[in-house]
Design a protein around this ligand. Structure first.
Ligand code: SF4
Ligand code: SF4
Length: 68
């Protein structure tokens, strides 16, 4: 199973990763903000992740790492 890790403090809330994910499993973390004042993202159903790393490729701030 793939694992997606977010360096949340670097996230600027652009949500490009959500748009590009083919499984649409990346969601806004509604329960917290980072130190920059943005709501970061998280993966809702990690077991559905393809490990394609399209999210990591798209992220302009290198927030995302994908392990497969
Ligand atoms: S693309 Fe990167 S900076 Fe933008 S919301 Fe996703 S993780 Fe945050
Ligand atoms: S690795 Fe692919 S399937 Fe998994 S969260 Fe990122 S874009 Fe979505």
């Amino acid at each position: 199973m793939a694992k997606v890790v977010f360096r949340e403090e670097r996230c600027k809330g652009c949500y490009l990763c959500m748009d590009v994910c083919p499984k649409k499993i990346i969601v806004v973390a509604e329960d917290r903000m980072n130190a920059k004042g943005f709501r970061p993202v998280e993966v809702l159903k990690m077991d559905e992740c393809l490990g394609c790393a399209m999210c990591a490729t798209m992220c302009p701030d290198c927030v995302i790492e994908v392990f497969k």
